[in-house]
Design a protein around this ligand. Sequence first.
Ligand code: ATR
Length: 288
Amino acid sequence: MEQTENVVRACVVGDPVSHSRSPLIHGYWLDRLGIAGVYDRRRVTADEVEAFLQDVRVGKLRGGNVTVPHKEAVARHVDALTDTARHLGAVNTVWGVDGQVWGDNTDVTGFLANLDERCAGWDRTREKAIVLGAGGAARAIIYGLLTRGFQEIGIANRSLSRARQLADELQPEGAQKLLPIAWDARSDALKNANVLVNTTSLGMAGQPSLDISLETLPVQAVVHDIVYAPLETDLLRAARQRGNPAVDGLGMLLHQAAPGFARWFGQKPQVTDELRQLIIDDMNRTAA
Ligand code: ATR
């Protein structure tokens, strides 16, 4: 598209980036809100990250989203970070202000807003949460659970050393809220839990399934899978069948996009059922 001065531009950068559904999400909002903006995807290598940030600094771009593998590098190279992004050491959203590039991590608000929307009151009892996985997604989710005041958060991961490291890094000062759990103990650890979140890739289309027994999990506990392809994973199906509230991961993807849109294009977008269906249709098309 031709660049004109009135058109606000943003994009998603990553490597690879062709799979990103961010252009579909932001394109939907631009269209529905009647905003003359552009949001596209750019494949950016590690060497090109600085040039991308410079485009934001000088206003050629109003901002953008950052995806794998650049989230940590961008956190090191922006001019200013929100508290969340500083704690996580990872940035997924940038924007320019007066010649400076700001970075935020909206995976945290995306995770929380999705559960708030789809399972109101999910955090009413905050005694114990169990998180499966210890990667970048787990980091954002554990941080989100801490901000909501969960007293104990168990981190079960295949490599226990990674769970230990994450617990050490995010442990609030003077507290012992984060507990590493051996992968073999994941099913037993569900006893008395109020929330269970899968942040691993297990259960995703093309990946091995997540092998876990929900037998000891209280039936009131909320089960959330951040996997959204398929929408109903084996974990969520098993949870629903025994009466647990179950929330899929698509809403996290949609809600993490909203704060960036508001910063670049000046209007707060809505996560609607129509948008959700648009992404589901796209997933069905690309899987076909
Ligand atoms: P992300 O940034 O999306 O969280 P990641 O950092 O690659 O991605 O983390 C993937 C998570 O899935 C990790 O917790 C990983 O466990 P390890 O830390 O032991 O690698 C987990 N995972 C991936 N494949 C797995 C498998 N076959 N069995 C158990 N856990 C697995």
